[in-house]
Design a protein around this ligand. Structure first.
Ligand code: UD1
Ligand code: PEP
Length: 427
């Protein structure tokens, strides 16, 4: 097992290319199950969630070729094999196998998903949607059993705005008889991306990206080629890194509109940002002001950027308050930031950050994906060496992290953990 080593204090300069979106890729790959012929997806991020999904599609008999930036899936030989545990627990997005396999085979057995531990992450709205479409759903010993004689379109109102439930219901509904209407749907760009792929496959979907999505079911779906949208959360992470340590950093291959909420909040802090067609230029503008941030569903400020932003706010003058309205336990990075000298406390769903504080390198642990990103930001800011363990979380969502950061001038590398360190992680 490796740890990430960062020698802090080196300024960043240059251009970073943003990869395809994790949260699109992990839905698009299961969506390929629904086709009758070959689906090719490009601009694929090199992350472990993608590798796991490729393996899961092979487990159900798919012919899958995973290249560096492209995946080809031939679903013709797939069968509805049960996937009760193993790989499904290693990522959140394995829940999309439920919608896709229910749509295609009218039956599926899938273990409960894993993913970042951010407090309770129920899937009741997914199940409510599948049941409304006519499926019988039971939870037996940690696996969800889904079965339907036939799927029939239905009107489904989501009690909670959920990205996963919106996409999962869409995946099943494209093969249902008649019309499905999802009300109070989530509006994230990744939902539009999935709808675009499904439409290229022959699905009839209107309203993706708004809070009402209408789907007219079709009898079959064909293969196609699709290119994934840029990862707005990876882009946001590099924007934060640039504001923390950059001289002049260009964040390239993005859709600036997708990161508007972060641009607005960073400008409020006093960061200078120039917006161009598909890139942003971030200049180091010296002193930063503390701000208050509340995470919301899209187009509000994304919860997935809350943790890395907290690290940047340790460098802002005055008090900042970061409130997460989406998850109730997304502050596991705060203890680690405190270890590095940050003046932060958690009260309920808010982190209260007093700055600015000089951070010191320390041995810290990433408890989840974006906690890892927060520690990378802190490590680049800190004096001395920071050692980050828990890299399996970071690798779920950041493609070629060290390569990209070294390209900007950072001093960052991986080292094997010692026996003693491995023992500490196990205990
Ligand atoms: C793979 C993927 O795309 N992950 C993203 C997705 O996660 P995920 O799809 O799991 O997140 P949701 O949008 O579903 O969750 C939003 C909120 O709704 C609650 N909820 C959700 C479903 C449900 O059936 N019942 C329920 O109560 C959740 O506990 C959470 O409080 O959206 C989150 C919110 O933008 C992001 O943080 C994750 O990066
Ligand atoms: C929470 C996240 O991922 P997941 O839903 O896959 O656990 C994330 O990407 O920040």
């Amino acid at each position: 097992m490796d740890k990430l080593m960062i020698e802090g204090g080196h300024p960043l300069e240059g251009t970073v290319q943003i990869s395809g979106a994790k949260n699109s890729a992990v839905a698009l790959i299961p969506a390929a199950i629904l086709a009758d012929s070959i689906v090719t997806i490009d601009n694929l991020p090199e992350i472990s969630d993608v590798q796991l999904l490729a393996e899961l599609l092979k487990e159900i008999g798919g012919e899958v070729e995973l290249g560096t930036h492209e995946i080809t899936v031939n679903p013709a030989t797939m069968i509805s094999m049960p996937l009760p545990n193993g790989r499904v627990k290693k990522l959140r997005a394995s829940y999309y196998l439920m919608g896709a396999m229910l749509g295609k085979f009218k039956k599926a057995v899938i273990g409960l998903p894993g993913g970042c531990n951010l407090g309770p992450r129920p899937i009741d709205q997914h199940i409510k949607g599948f049941e409304a479409l006519g499926a019988q759903v039971t939870n037996e010993q940690g696996a969800i059993y889904l079965r339907a004689e036939e799927l029939r379109g239905a009107r489904i109102y989501l009690d909670v705005v959920s990205v996963g439930a919106t996409i999962n219901i869409m995946l099943a509904a494209v093969r249902a008889k008649g019309q499905t209407i999802i009300e109070n749907a989530a509006k994230e760009p990744e939902i539009i991306d999935v709808a675009t792929l499904l439409t290229s496959m022959g699905a009839k979907i209107k309203g993706a990206g708004t809070n009402v999505i209408r789907i007219d079911g079709v009898d079959s779906l064909k293969g196609c080629r699709h290119s994934i949208i840029p990862d707005r959360i990876e882009a946001g992470t590099y924007m934060i890194l640039a504001a923390a340590m950059g001289q002049k950093v260009i964040i390239d291959n993005i859709i600036p509109y997708h990161v508007e909420s972060l641009i607005a909040k960073m400008r409020e802090m006093g960061v200078t940002i120039e917006v161009e067609d598909d890139r942003l230029l971030i200049h180091n503008s010296g002193e930063k002001k503390g701000i208050d941030v509340k995470t919301l569903v899209y187009p509000g400020f994304p919860t997935d950027l809350q943790q890395p932003l907290t690290s940047l706010l340790t460098q802002a003058e005055g008090t900042s308050i970061v409130t997460d309205t989406i998850y109730n336990a997304r502050f596991k990075h705060i203890d680690e930031l405190r270890r590095m000298g940050a003046n932060v406390k958690v009260e309920g769903r808010s982190a209260i950050i007093n700055g600015s504080t000089k951070l010191q390198g320390a041995k810290v642990r990433a408890s989840d994906l974006r906690a890892g990103a927060a520690l990378v930001v802190a490590g680049l800011l800190a004096d001395g060496i920071t050692e980050i363990s828990g890299l399996e979380h970071i690798d779920r969502g950041y493609a070629n992290l060290e390569e990209k950061l070294i390209g900007l001038g950072a001093k960052i590398w991986r080292e094997k953990m010692t026996e003693e360190e491995l023992d500490q992680v196990k205990n």
